[in-house]
Design a protein around this ligand. Sequence first.
Ligand code: UD1
Length: 416
Amino acid sequence: MSKLLIQGGRALSGEVTVQGAKNSVLPILAATLLSGETVRVENCPRLRDVDAAIRILQSLGCRTMWQGDTLEVDAAELSQCTIPDALMREMRSSAIFFGAVLARCGEVEFSYPGGCELGPRPIDLHLAGLRQLGAEIEETGGTLRCRAKSLCGQTIPLRIASVGATENLMLAACGAEGVTTIVNAAREPEIVDLQNFLNACGGQVSGAGTSTVTVVGQRLLHGCTYRIMPDRIVAATYLCAVMSAGGETFLRGAREEDLAALTAVLREAGCTVRGDAAGIGCICTQRPRAVAPVCTAPYPGFPTDAQAILMAAMLRSRGATVFEENIFTNRYRHVDELVRMGADIRVFDRTAVVTGTPVLHGTAVCSTDLRGGAALCVAGLSAEGETVVSGIEHIERGYADIAADLRCLGAQIVKT
Ligand code: UD1
């Protein structure tokens, strides 16, 4: 199995272009199913999760073709409305496909996505919303069969502002008669990207980025060429990398408006962060200062996906910082690995207290999940000696080439 070898302890210096956003491209690939014509998705990151999404599209009858970093999807003729069990298991985000298949075909069959490394990942909100739109859903032995003679627009209040449920219901609502209003919708920038994509294909969606999203249903959308937004969590990772190792870097394409909760913390810790139309520059010249408690929350709050990464950057801080994880139940699995590098972290249920220590030591560590794995790389950049990160298949779900990107920023890191 491949590993990442990091020689830590050297300041970063350089520039990298931030890849397209994983959490934006996955729902947009699902949305291509609503189009009867070819769709060109530009700035499409080559990720394991994108490969899994492409295999789902192909299994449904779509034709796909890469041209550089552009993915063409032709969903003119679908031959299937069942998402294969193996592909459902491969990627938890596969749940994002069933609203679109239902809207396009009037039925969809899939297996329960089940839990994942972050803890239970229920889809009750997705299913309740689809039922409200008129779908009948039967469950037998872990297989869900969802049918609708016709879907009918409704007002759907969400108990939790779930990103996936908001997106899935936006997609299903595109195939519903009349107007659907999602209340207490999630407000993440990726939902705005999905809205922009749907509207570029002739959809009528408004309100994304606020708590109320409205979709005027239409049967079949047309094709378009659409550029995926930059990945704010990848940008967060590289900002935390420079805070961890020190130095001066520029992240081309990163949008500070998507990252305000994180950049506020970086400034509080003593970094200089400047965002403009071209990207975000970050300078860190000394060990970070401890910061006020970092509590994860739905956007525009501090992103749960950046919790592990920021924690890794705070390991050599002066003072103690409290982290509180409020979105997922099992999101401190990286902690044991960071402790093996000399970190002082104590976990009490959903709270973790990080007390900065002057020195971290490189050692062999194993990724437990996507962002936990990225956090090990961030810590390795500031550790003395060599850090060997295994389990990098987790990291490759969301980073097209983290080693190459970090080398652009002056890091000594290779994949073996
Ligand atoms: C998305 C992101 C993921 C991010 C998460 C939170 C994608 C592909 N993934 O995941 O990277 O960490 O948002 O920002 O975009 N919940 C329910 N019932 C449901 C759905 C969700 O109880 O039907 C709960 C979840 O258990 C969790 C919370 O709602 O506690 C938020 O989850 P959600 O926003 O749905 O996350 P995802 O869309 O799965």
